[in-house]
Design a binder for this molecule. Structure first.
Ligand code: HEM
Length: 83
């Protein structure tokens, strides 16, 4: 059976907590918005903050995303950022 594509709405959006969405929106980082997140540059920068490749690692002070969550985000990127 073919594996279902990773979806923003179903798989990625639920990983962001309300506090994440609320703190980042005023800075113009729309974590709950597919239109914002499906932009390749935006999605890549968010990923780098989640991994700590850009500092400060997000969310500040943690808890940081675990390997499984980061892997899911990475597969969503690789899959062309499906809605
Ligand atoms: C483009 C990507 C992002 C940028 C440039 C960014 C930048 C920032 C900056 C500059 C702050 C203020 C830092 C501070 O108060 O110490 C902040 C706060 C915060 N960010 Fe982000 N962030 C990004 C993505 C994210 C993501 C992906 C999450 C969650 C998974 C997140 C969650 C938060 C939270 C919860 C705060 C508030 C922390 C607090 O006040 O205690 N951010 N972000």
């Amino acid at each position: 059976m073919e594996k279902r594509a990773i979806s923003f709405a179903q798989d990625i959006r639920p990983l962001f907590r309300p506090v994440d969405v609320q703190h980042m929106a005023p800075m113009g980082v729309l974590l709950d918005d597919n239109g914002y997140m499906s932009d390749p540059q935006n999605a890549q920068v968010v990923y780098e903050y989640l991994k700590g490749e850009r500092q400060p690692q997000m969310p500040p002070g943690g808890p940081y995303w675990n390997e499984e969550q980061l892997q899911l985000f990475s597969e969503w990127l690789a899959g062309g950022r499906q809605p």
